[in-house]
Write a protein that binds this ligand. Structure first.
Ligand code: ADP
Ligand code: MG
Length: 318
């Protein structure tokens, strides 16, 4: 990219996020120099969002700046890590200042709220694509892995599920999207504080990006277990609950993009953690339990038990 365009981007990015003491050298040199705290390990994750695949090409750039960082922070949350640093690789069709300013606004607002500093990146010309890597800290023994669940552990989810998927479905059908649902799709809030609260306490955790059942299967496989979900206990926004009450459970069970935490608690620890979450104002809901028998069983409100997961969802997925 010509120098003028690059300088422009650098101007937007260099001071947009908080300056942290553990960043010895940030944007501007060949590498950033970063000082992780003693006693904790780095948790590192990256995600790419591609126009037309993960978002519509004409998506609101401010929401996109938020969401592209949020989906990465959600992975740190699911590990129980404290976010610290982020890099941003941007591929842009053109140096559109209006678009960039809005993108940075969304990105920087979330980075600021989470105390995360942008420490480097790359900028190239091409079809619109956003790759972000985030780095966080966690005590090695406290990291929330997928494989630690035991049979009899209680299964919980934060916030609510299915809202983002229902919003996407309504948008694709060109129907009106209630604001609460649109926010679920465009402005997911990574559960960073909850993840840190669960670190060292939950037996397993994952963030719900691909769909509740699909992500639960990852926990089941990693832990060598199965699980039961009681559908009547699922936390649903009213619009999602209405569709489910009409018999269509595909949004909460198979819809992606919720970025909630799905986690398991040993029965003897559950009461203490439920109380700690209530004190911290973190909304969580028990939705089932882990079992020896492999597979995910869905217990419908009428008592019917099924292993078939309703699908029929076009979500933005790779
Ligand atoms: P190099 O050729 O050494 O990779 P660049 O010209 O790509 O250097 O980048 C110069 C500096 O600007 C580096 O510190 C890099 O991390 C930073 N940078 C480039 N693009 C971005 C971006 N999109 N976001 C944040 N920092 C960026
Ligand atoms: Mg470069």
């Amino acid at each position: 990219m010509p120098v003028s365009e690059f300088d422009l981007i650098r101007r937007y990015f260099a001071t947009a996020t908080p300056a942290r003491d553990d960043v010895l050298l940030g944007i501007g040199d060949d590498c950033a120099l970063l000082a992780p705290p003693p006693g904790r390990v780095l948790a590192v994750t990256t995600d790419t969002l591609v126009a037309g695949r993960h978002f519509l090409a004409d998506a609101d750039p401010c929401a996109l700046g938020h969401k592209s960082l949020a989906v990465n922070l959600s992975d740190l949350a699911a590990m129980g890590a404290e976010p610290a640093w982020v890099t941003l690789a941007l591929t842009l069709p053109s140096a559109d200042t209006g678009w960039l300013e809005a993108f940075v606004r969304g990105f920087a607002a979330l980075a600021g709220a989470q105390g995360v500093q942008l420490v480097g990146g790359d900028t190239t010309r091409g079809p619109l694509s956003i790759t972000i890597q985030v780095h966080g800290f966690v005590a090695p023994q406290a990291a929330l892995r997928r494989g630690g669940a035991r049979a009899g552990d209680r299964l919980f989810v934060s916030g609510s599920v299915g809202g983002a998927a229902l919003a996407l479905r309504l948008m694709q059908r060109r129907q009106a999207v209630p604001d609460a649902l649109r926010q679920r799709l465009n402005r997911p809030q990574p559960r960073v504080a909850l993840g840190r609260l669960l670190a060292g306490r939950a037996s397993a955790a994952i963030d719900v990006s691909d769909g509740l059942v699909a992500d639960l299967r990852h926990v089941c496989e990693a832990s060598g277990l199965g699980a039961h979900i009681e559908l009547a206990r699922l936390p649903l926004l009213p619009e999602v609950a209405a569709v489910a009450a009409a018999g269509d459970w595909s949004a909460p069970l198979a819809g992606g993009d919720d970025y909630e935490l799905l986690f398991t608690l040993a029965p003897q620890r559950a009461a203490e953690l439920v109380a700690a979450c209530a004190d911290a104002g973190e909304p969580i809901q028990e939705i089932g339990y882990m079992a020896d028998e492999p597979g995910v069983r869905l217990i419908y409100p009428d008592g019917r038990i099924s292993e078939d997961v309703p699908d029929g969802f076009d979500h933005f997925k790779s």
